[in-house]
Design a protein around this ligand. Structure first.
Ligand SMILES: C[S@@+](CC[C@H](N)C(=O)[O-])C[C@H]1O[C@@H](n2cnc3c(N)ncnc32)[C@H](O)[C@@H]1O
Length: 334
């Protein structure tokens, strides 16, 4: 995407993530991309966040619902040889402008520039998404598997959203709920709570972060059974912990899993049957050996481990060769 041309000026679209909105969290590349742009296009609130960086530029402000319009405007100007910064809060690729922009480009027959340097260049400039910035404000809630689900049903059918909520709750992911509530969409958060309560304990920790890193920032710790009573709005991200997440001294923490292997009370020594740098005794190999030795049927194991019976039947039917060599580096990186 970076080939150069000595013919007419080549247009460029930069999909710029602003992070949470405060300048000290704007990346150097995001700032440079805005400086490089002839035109800056964005939702009015995002334009306001970077107003002081826009002197001398054409500025196109759009309403929140006009995402495709923003992308079309960017394409038209880039076709005319302009450099356009399309700005999003957080990251442009997380419920942001990156997807709609590529949809518009592909529909118009755009292809990535070739070696001849012809064609519109597209650059995606990453920014810290709300899931990261809200997590940073409440502690370390994402230190184990997590996912994001948007409760906005403006473009997604509710059964799709409900199915994803149910699957994530069942699978014990930490979940970040984006777009949890608006003036008109008030019931979705109650339904999300209802679905989560089918799988998680009522006292599961929940953090409700409003306007992270903005002037009206507000953080509320609550629990799953009281979630729907929290002060939730358009600019709120809701973080629901997994079954191990806890809150201590005002910090929401999801353990990484070290306690499964090491005895923290006993100088951090490995527990009986566990070894540093090796999979847990209940890791894949240990578990495969255990289910074989158990003599249980696929149906019994399926119920025990909450896994599909046909998966367990297939695993039991295969020859078992435990891994002989383990990498001591496997768990070393943080
Ligand atoms: C359309 S999505 C845009 C997400 C954005 N692209 C990102 O990466 O953070 C809007 C949702 O992001 C979340 N959000 C964005 N900025 C936020 C902030 N400063 N504080 C809390 N949540 C925020 C809220 O859930 C809001 O409803």
């Amino acid at each position: 995407m970076n080939a150069t041309s000595n013919a007419r000026p080549r247009g460029k679209i930069m999909l710029v993530g602003l992070g949470p909105g405060r300048h000290d969290y704007l990346t150097a590349r995001a700032r440079a991309a805005i400086a490089e742009a002839d035109t800056v296009i964005g939702y009015v609130t995002y334009i306001r966040l970077v107003e002081d960086l826009l002197e001398g530029k054409e500025v196109v402000k759009k309403a929140m619902t006009e995402e495709l319009d923003r992308a079309i405007e960017a394409y038209e100007r880039a076709k005319a040889g302009k450099k356009v910064a399309l700005i999003s809060s957080g990251d442009a690729g997380v419920y942001g402008m990156a997807g709609p922009t590529f949809e518009v480009l592909f529909q118009a027959g755009w292809t990535p520039p070739g070696d001849d340097g012809e064609g519109i260049e597209v650059e995606i400039v990453p920014g810290a998404s709300a899931i990261n910035t809200c997590a940073a404000l409440v502690g370390a809630p994402l230190t184990h598997d997590f996912c994001a689900i948007s409760l906005s049903d403006l473009l997604t059918p509710w059964p799709t959203i409900a199915r994803r909520l149910d699957a994530a709750a069942y699978a014990d992911f930490v979940v970040a709920l984006y777009n949890p509530k608006s003036g008109r969409r008030t019931r979705q958060i109650e339904e999300a709570q209802r679905i989560f309560q089918r799988h998680r304990a009522p006292e599961t920790p929940v953090a409700v972060v409003k306007s992270a890193f903005r002037t009206k920032q507000r953080i509320e710790f609550t629990t799953l059974d009281r979630l729907a009573d929290a002060d939730i709005g358009m600019l709120t991200t809701v973080l629901i912990g997994n079954s191990n997440t806890f809150v201590k001294h005002g910090l929401m923490i999801t353990p990484r899993g070290y306690a499964n292997k090491y005895d923290v009370q006993a100088n951090g020594e490995a527990r009986d049957g566990e070894k540093a740098g090796r999979s847990l005794s209940s890791g894949l190999d240990g578990w495969l050996a255990e289910i074989r030795a158990s003599g249980k049927t696929a149906a019994e194991l399926a119920a025990l481990h909450r896994l599909p019976e046909d998966y367990l039947a297939a695993v039991l039917a295969e020859p078992f060769e435990p891994e002989a060599v383990y990498s001591s580096e496997e768990n070393a990186s943080a």
